[in-house]
Design a protein around this ligand. Structure first.
Ligand code: HEM
Length: 386
């Protein structure tokens, strides 16, 4: 009976607000078989975290179950420990040696300049006028590359986001792969360009110490760029939407002590990363369900983040929530390498909103992107006018 529960993430009501359905899935079918995605779907916190932690049993690297991965898609994301270790350490060390706060301050100035320019506009779209340029500028600063053309990059990023839904929409695979190739070409141009301070430079210098082919380094650079741009863009929109629907929250965050816990709570509450997939390397059980080798398991982190067994009052935004071990940045060996920077970016957006001459207000009906893996607003009409 439980298997009759229908989970269609692209259905308009679910795209708008997936959380009631996630609650039903957690209660009635926490390990649900999805025939179209040919995958088990997990919605309970404990199950999701266990799978993400156990890279031996649940692989990211599909070559471990005999699948082939084309060269252009092999990167940090497609490797599991122990092979993944040196590449991941290289990135983490490079990231942590960068002046992340300095990049954040740059973002704050950029936000102030954009707000000044938009102050007199009747209505404007928060996503294209604020979230996209800021996400692109801070990402290019962090990686240390010339900022690509915004419109051209948006197309690449959207293609890659669609690709993540290929289990649901197989036609997205070819478009996504074309976008990935374009991104790789961009990366080749960055590698050929003059050296600038940034992550790319560190990676280029340290690469000889890492025992992986050159294309891993290049593809991983693209993955970093896109992971940063795409998630900061989507998170900024989700956070802004939360503020527009809960006006008190932004005000409360003027209290510096709430900023750190508040940023994490905003990501737990409505983060962009809905789920991620692993493949079972051996026969195993989740609860009383048998998982066969080579079967896919989709951990819905966004559902886990509202699990009442882990979070008290999970459907409420509790800005001082602590502890808050949410899965919004993933968990285990593939958890987000850019989490620290992601948090700084969102903090700077909040500080920028506080410094704005007036509060932004909703000025029309927002629309959502039709993507399941990434929860993202498409158009968010806002105004500074009262
Ligand atoms: C608020 C912003 C962000 C959110 C919500 C976020 C979320 C996530 C999540 C959920 C994962 C795990 C995916 C999985 O297990 O399949 C992940 C991985 C990753 N993130 Fe982020 N991210 C953010 C910002 C960033 C930034 C700024 C960067 C780059 C500087 C970045 C780079 C990466 C990379 C490279 C991975 C793959 C790690 C691996 O596979 O080992 N992310 N992110």
């Amino acid at each position: 009976m439980t298997q009759e529960l229908l989970y269609d993430p692209l259905e308009p009501a679910t795209l708008e607000d997936p959380y009631p359905l996630y609650a039903e899935m957690r209660d009635k079918a926490p390990v649900l078989w999805h025939p179209q995605m040919k995958s088990w779907i997990l919605t309970r916190y404990r199950d999701c975290r266990n799978v993400l932690r156990d890279h031996d049993l649940f692989a990211r690297d599909r070559r471990r179950v005999g699948e082939e991965i084309p060269e252009f898609r092999q990167s940090l994301q497609s490797l599991d420990p122990p092979e993944q270790g040196p590449l991941r350490s290289l990135l983490m060390n490079s990231l942590h040696s960068r002046d992340l706060d300095g990049i954040g301050v740059g973002a704050r100035q950029q936000i102030a300049a954009i707000f000044e320019r938009l102050a007199e506009r009747e209505v404007f779209d928060f996503m294209s006028e604020i979230a996209a340029p800021i996400a692109l500028t801070i990402t290019a600063d962090l990686i240390g590359v010339q900022e690509p053309d915004l419109q051209a990059y948006v197309a690449i990023s959207e293609g890659i986001a669609q690709r993540m839904d290929a289990g649901l929409r197989p036609e997205a695979a070819a478009l996504g792969d074309a976008a990935r190739r374009e991104l790789n070409q961009l990366v080749d141009r960055w590698f050929a360009d003059v050296e600038r301070p940034g992550l790319l430079n560190d990676v280029r210098r340290s690469a000889p110490r890492v025992d992986v082919p050159d294309y891993y380094i290049r593809n991983t650079t693209g993955v970093m760029f896109n992971a940063s741009y795409g998630t900061v863009f989507a998170t900024a929109g989700n956070v802004m939407s939360t503020f527009l629907h809960r006006p008190g929250a932004l005000e409360q965050l003027r209290d510096e002590r709430l900023l750190t816990t508040g940023v994490d709570e905003l990501i737990r509450f409505d983060g962009p990363a809905q789920g991620t997939t692993r493949v079972a390397t051996r026969r195993t059980m989740i609860g009383d369900t048998v998982i066969e080798p080579r079967q896919l398991v989709l951990t819905l982190m966004a559902a886990a983040n509202r699990d009442p067994e882990q979070f008290a009052t999970p459907d409420e935004l509790v800005l001082d929530r602590s502890p808050n071990q949410h899965l919004g940045f993933g968990w285990g060996p593939h958890s987000c390498v850019g989490a620290l920077f992601g948090r700084i970016a969102i903090r700077e957006l909040i500080v920028g909103l506080h410094a704005a001459p007036t509060t932004l207000r909703l000025a029309g009906e927002p629309t959502r992107r039709r993507t399941a893996t990434v929860r993202c607003i498409d158009v968010l009409p806002v105004t500074f006018r009262n």
